[in-house]
Design a binder for this molecule. Structure first.
Ligand code: INI
Length: 159
């Protein structure tokens, strides 16, 4: 007997609306690679450059509030959060990384706008380099792909 289960899985089509990237200036040599990765993923999948806006914040701690302000405008189909928090570089790694991750989760649940977490939390700068376009891929690219999938999934849920 054939199963009638309806599977809801997002594709990677370009949305019609805008996409915001919120990126921290802290560790900007790494974060700039993440931004490039995210833009590359979006452009390769048909998103126009004019649909993409990049908002810069001082550090990862400020990312959630900027995401909230953007989400509350209702002008964005989704947001990509990009930053880099390196444990060796700060005594308050856990506070910054934890606040960023928890804050982003709260904002997306409160606003219904998908926010993909492309914030590196690493032990060393070497690990951050590895994840920003060298041997371990580019987490900005992955976050952008995840956002396209979520936007397409929501389109199917709403059908
Ligand atoms: N912000 C980061 O994005 N990454 C870090 O590694 C980091 N360190 O090492 O402290 C960092 N700190 C700044 C923080 O995000 C805030 O901007 C600052 O505390 C002011 O609120």
């Amino acid at each position: 007997m054939e199963l009638q289960t309806r599977e809801l899985v997002g594709d990677f089509y370009a949305p019609n609306g805008k996409i915001a990237i919120v990126a921290s200036r802290f560790n900007d040599t790494i974060v700039n690679r993440l931004i490039e990765g995210a833009q590359d993923a979006l452009l390769r999948h048909g998103v126009k450059a004019s649909q993409i806006e990049v908002a810069k914040v001082p550090g990862a701690y400020e990312i959630p509030l900027a995401c909230q302000r953007l989400a509350q405008t209702h002008r964005y189909d989704g947001i990509i959060a990009l930053g880099t928090v390196i444990r060796g570089a700060t005594a308050h790694f856990d506070y910054v990384a934890g606040a960023c991750a928890n804050g982003i989760l709260q904002v997306q649940l409160a606003t219904n706008v998908p926010i993909l977490f492309g914030v590196l939390t690493t032990e060393s700068i070497e690990q951050a380099v590895e994840r920003s376009g060298t041997i371990a891929g580019n987490k900005g690219y992955e976050a952008a792909m995840g956002l396209l999938e979520m936007i397409n999934l929501f389109g199917k849920i709403n059908d």
